[in-house]
Every structure is written in C-alpha cells, then in structure tokens.
Design a protein around this ligand. Sequence first.
Ligand code: ZN
Length: 273
Amino acid sequence: MSNKVILIVLDGLSYPVAHHCMGYLNGLIEADSATLYKLECELPSMSRPLYECILTGISPIKSGIVNNEVVRLSYFDSIFSLAQKAGKTTAAAAYYWVSELYNRAPFVVIRDRFTHDIQLPIQHGCFYQADHYPDDHLFMDAEYLRSTYSPDFLLIHPMNIDDTGHKFGFDSPQYRNAARKIDTVLSSYLPSWIEQGYQIMVTSDHGMNNDHSHGGILAEERTVPLFVIGNQFSHQAQCAVEQTEICGTVCALLGIDFTDKKICHELLAGDQS
Ligand SMILES: [Zn+2]
C-alpha cells in the first residue's frame, strides 16, 4: 500500500462538539465518504505530550514528554522521520512545538518559521507561534505546502478551537462555533483532496473542560474524534482505535515497512487481521 496521507489535528476538539457541530464532516459520513470513531486520548491530556503520542505512537509516560514545558527533540522515530528515511516527502503546517519535537529545539523564529530542508524529518514546514493564528490562514499555508511540494505526508495542525476553549470553556457557544468555523474551512479544501485520492484523518490531541483547561480524565477533555476519509480505510462501524495507533496506521497507509509502531488493522481496508 502506498498512499498520500493528510493528518489534520484540530487542537483541543472534544468528541461531542465534533460530533454535533461539524456539519460538513457529518455530511461526508451520511454520504458514505467518511467514518467517525471515538477515542480516548493518552494522559496527561495536554498538547505537547499528545503531539508526541500521535506522531510517534508513544504515550507521554513512556516518551518523557509529560508536559508542555519539556522543550527538546523527541527520542523516538516519528511519522516524519520514518517517512523521510523511506525516501518520502514530508510537510507540516503546525504549531512551533511540532518543529521543536522533530526538527530543531528550541524554535528560532527567523530560522524555523519557514523550513525547507530535505535533510530534516519535516522537510517543508510553515510553523506559527500565536494560538490565535487564524485557522483559515493555516490552511492556506498547508495548501501552499501541498500544492508546491506534493508531500506524501502532510500534517495540518490549527489551534483556534483550543484557544477559544481556554477563553470560554467547553460548554460555550464560542467553543462550539470555533468547531463550526473550522468545519467550514475543511469544506473548502477536502473535496479537492478527496478527489485527488488522499487518505485523510481528522482528529484531536485532547478535549476541553468547563474550567477553560484540560489535562485530566474528564470525558470532555479526554474523548476526541477520529474521522477517516479515503478508500484505503475499512469504514467499518465499530473500531477500537487507540491514540497510540495513529502513527503506525499512517505509516501503513504510506507503505513504510519495518516499523515497530502499533497499527490499528481494523481501520484499514483489506487488512482485517
Ligand atoms: Zn490547550
């Protein structure tokens, strides 16, 4: 199997809000073009630890990235490093912590804001530092990377849902509207990406609570969505997927062999083992 994969991590998006507020993604489900699964994020339910979890398959307790202040490169192979070593092209439009985990730490804005270096795990990057950097601008950055460099693996990581949740809390119109807004942004890009045959996953690192934060085990801060779109997914109704399996599953889609990453075989078409 070898397919181009776009992984979209909508920072801070709790499962029920994804399920109830994202009409375009739910429309894809009703049209049999997408399937939504529920997964529990690893702990602590915090951003940097879970970027590492999603991108390496290693839980925070094992990776050592146990809070947002651990500023260093990851000790593990990531989707980026494995893809780059396999001769594939990698790109990310993401928060600067992703650059710090896989390219260079600490982040140096003049050097790293726009990255183009095929020796680095993330070969092409647009990295931002402000949590209110507009999601629609980030998608413009991502589309620039996709259309210019044709990456095999593209990470898109917008921050406005999380930023809004920190300001107004989980049970707020503002938080729900931030999810509705990004759903509209997705509807501007996904039809073309689907038509071009990309395998697309839309998930989140963690959710949000009513105290305007996250980090613990409440359902609203721990339960996150995983939408899958593309003909290489099984689209079976039930699937016990773990956050630690996203990395290996993306590697399987990319056709990268010889990784020790855990794969969720149930997610994949023609691979029910
Ligand atoms: Zn947050």
